[in-house]
Design a protein around this ligand. Sequence first.
Ligand SMILES: Cc1cc2nc3c(=O)[nH]c(=O)nc-3n(C[C@H](O)[C@H](O)[C@H](O)COP(=O)(O)O)c2cc1C
Length: 145
Amino acid sequence: MFLTRAIYVSTPTVPMGPKERETVMNQISEAGLRHNPDNGISGLLAHDSDRFVQVLEGERTMLTETLIRIAADPRHTDFQLFSMQEISQRMFEGWAAVLISPGDWPASQPRRVAFECLTSEGLLERLLHIRRYGVVAARAITDAA
Ligand SMILES: Cc1cc2nc3c(=O)[nH]c(=O)nc-3n(C[C@H](O)[C@H](O)[C@H](O)COP(=O)(O)O)c2cc1C
């Protein structure tokens, strides 16, 4: 068994404006909760109006199957795998790919991040920050309040 962590960024093909995103994210959330715990997958998915960023951890074969399924999902495109590497322990234990939406980010802590300018380590750092503080990554262009 090889514990592995993957990070990808993609572009939504479905409208992710303030009105529509709740429905989309609820549907994705339901799928994640339906599959990830049983498959030993932990992680976190963040988004703004024009990017998804997700970190997923799990046993390598199951993680690969999950990534292939997600990458084929027509709700997003431009799937870019930033990194996939063996790890000794999880960083998102107990997180079944929980979703953080811009509306949930406290406005008191805006921190503008250009996801496409980040390395995989930079992305991981932001996702960890979101996990720790329930906050804080928005792109320079964002509809976050
Ligand atoms: C951005 C994004 C993230 C997703 N994350 C997950 C995930 O973590 N786990 C998962 O099982 N499905 C995830 N999905 C959904 C899958 O692509 C797929 O629709 C789902 O797993 C199919 O499940 P079902 O056959 O039970 O409907 C995600 C989809 C998108 C667009």
